[in-house]
Design a protein. Structure first.
Length: 159
């Protein structure tokens, strides 16, 4: 179950995207979901790196290759808004990385095949990244609760 503070954080992100021009609830949830997934991939990579260092072995099932490190949440989240925004809007973008993460994550690659980045400005994007970064997602239940809540918001948003 989503707690009050966590629910408020998600609502603030939703409201910020909504008031800045993305008024379609499906678009809002798409953008938030993709960004949360990018964040999660980085968390998984970090966990694998720590495990490999602890065991003094190579990383098993690496998600990001060295040339893709700029697409990691931890690497771009504190950059200038324009720098972060370019990573999502340029020709070889974060979404291109996600589409080509196969065979490392074939199911998600198929799902994300037709996505587009819709956040309209670097300033809004930086605000959304900062707000999402401040959400404590360490617990498995939290992730599920957040996605459930986002789906519920779509159901109540109407046509």
């Amino acid at each position: 179950m989503l707690t009050g503070p966590l629910k408020s954080q998600i609502d603030r992100v939703w409201d910020q995207i909504w008031t800045e021009g993305l008024s379609n609830p499906l678009t809002v949830i798409d953008q938030m979901t993709y960004l949360l997934f990018v964040r999660r991939l980085d968390e998984l990579q970090t966990h694998r790196e720590l495990k490999a260092n602890l065991l003094k072995r190579p990383i098993e099932e690496t998600i990001y290759q060295k040339k893709e490190f700029e697409f990691r949440w931890s690497h771009f989240k504190d950059n200038y808004p324009e720098v972060m925004y370019r990573l999502f809007t340029r020709e070889r973008s974060v979404f291109d990385f996600l589409r080509n993460v196969e065979p490392r994550s074939a199911a998600f690659s198929k799902f994300i095949k037709g996505v587009t980045f819709m956040i309209p400005t670097p300033r809004l994007f930086a605000q959304v990244v900062e707000m999402l970064s401040n959400i404590d997602m360490r617990y498995r239940d939290t992730k599920g609760d957040v996605y459930e809540y986002l789906l519920a918001k779509i159901a109540t948003a109407g046509p």
